[in-house]
Design a protein around this ligand. Structure first.
Ligand code: IFM
Length: 414
């Protein structure tokens, strides 16, 4: 059966500045230099044997230094040509705060012009820009003042957002204020395994609260500067399934859902759309759930397309249009990505059919890049386009063509 997506549906892919641009100087690049050796040593205990055998580069400290990354800062024209050839009509990217405001209160005009050209390059190709304002990286001065654990962080972020929005408001309609607050705060402020490496409940509460204040101030500022702007958050909403006896499971599920969606719920009244990042199912059970090895990604995440349907149905009650701001798979040999894309989009089609107002799908990611959460580095390959990090050669993967067919036809065979 052929399913036609709604007219004007947006099809594209997402990236983030530090993961693809190369040569950033921010809190992550500093952390990478200090921790690369340690991370390479820890790979022995952090990853499973099958992952270690398949990706020995995880033992090389260079894996954990973003360096030139995918050199997208210089090659964005070439990358957008590829996106256009693949039928994308939208693209999500982030503006790197540390480039725009390298010193507190001082704007770098060259960086501001750079992103203006990036936006124009997208528009020239008929690609709608979705601009992410905070995808986890910060200027060093901001970090030195305590990052999100400090009360003044919200005012700093608002100043940056005001500047960016005022500069690009004529060319940009869609603003995504923050990416996956739960994941970044979890690893960065509670576990301490990614920048800024803070740990414990107090830091988590401080970080989360200030990030929320920052979001609120930013969202209000955007509305004030451009009342017709579309505003959202990219929420990480994976599917949790709890199997510990029916009553306990219900209670536990409710707690997990609450904890993973605090930001989502609190942010709703400031947003005009709801961003959903979906990757996998997490089964919580005792004894531990044994995942079918044919259904796992290179990161060991379970491939579970039905989960995106359940998640979409569960956010319908909020009454906002939904944009799937990320969905993708770490798959170095591209053996599972074609099916992953098709199966997830078939579930998206099902949710639309059942009444969810889904308006966009962004695949994560356009390019192989420096994988962020928990500081994993280059070995996990998320790109529709393969990047040879030594030569920067781009090779379009078969899955990209599968996806392109759906984008171009605005339809899927299910
Ligand atoms: O690479 C990340 C991205 O930075 C945030 N969302 C999940 C992606 C894959 O892990």
């Amino acid at each position: 059966m052929r399913y036609e997506f709604p007219k004007n549906f947006l099809w594209g892919a997402a990236t983030s500045a530090h993961q693809v641009e190369g040569n950033n100087h921010n809190n992550w690049s500093e952390w990478e230099k200090k921790n690369a050796e340690k991370l390479a040593r820890e790979a022995k205990t952090k990853y499973a044997k099958w992952q270690q055998d398949k990706f020995p580069e995880m033992f090389d400290p260079a894996n954990y230094i973003s360096g030139a990354a995918s050199d997208h800062y210089n090659r964005y024209e070439e990358d957008f040509d590829i996106a256009k050839s693949l039928g994308h009509n939208t693209h999500r990217f982030s503006v790197e705060w540390s480039r725009v405001e390298p010193e507190e209160g001082k704007w770098n005009e060259e960086a501001i012009e750079h992103y203006r050209t990036v936006i124009k390059a997208l528009r020239a190709r008929g690609i709608e820009p979705f601009v992410m304002l905070w995808h986890w990286t910060e200027p060093i001065w901001f970090n030195n003042q305590g990052g999100w654990a400090t009360l003044s962080s919200a005012a700093h972020f608002e100043r940056f957002v005001r500047k960016v929005v005022s500069e690009y408001k004529d060319q940009v309609k869609f603003w995504v204020v923050v990416n996956e607050p739960n994941v970044s705060m979890g690893y960065g402020y509670y576990v301490g395994s990614q920048p800024p490496g803070k740990k414990g409940v107090i830091n988590l509460i401080r970080g989360y609260t200030n990030l929320f204040f920052a979001f609120k101030r930013a969202a209000r500022a955007i509305k004030e500067i451009e009342p017709s702007a579309e505003i959202g958050v990219a929420n990480s909403v994976d599917y949790y399934e709890v199997r510990i006896g029916s009553f306990k499971s219900r209670v536990f599920s409710a707690i997990v859902a609450y904890l993973t969606r605090i930001f989502l719920r609190a942010s709703l009244s400031y947003c005009t759309f709801l961003g959903v990042n979906y990757y996998r199912r997490n089964v919580i059970s005792f004894p531990k759930f044994q995942m079918d090895a044919t259904k796992r990604t290179d990161l060991g995440w379970e491939i579970f397309p039905e989960g995106i349907y359940t998640i979409l149905m569960s956010v319908r009650k909020h009454g906002l249009p939904v944009y799937i701001t990320e969905n993708g798979i770490a798959d170095g040999d591209d053996s599972r990505r074609p099916t992953y894309v098709r199966d997830h989009l078939a579930q998206v089609a099902r949710a639309i059919n059942d009444g969810v107002d889904v308006r966009a799908y962004f695949h994560w990611s356009l390019l192989d890049n420096f994988e962020f959460p928990d500081m994993r580095g280059f070995w996990p390959r998320f790109g529709l386009v393969e990047v040879d990090f030594k030569t920067q050669k781009r090779t379009i993967r078969p899955s990209a063509y599968e996806y392109a067919k759906i984008c171009k036809e605005n339809a899927i065979e299910i």
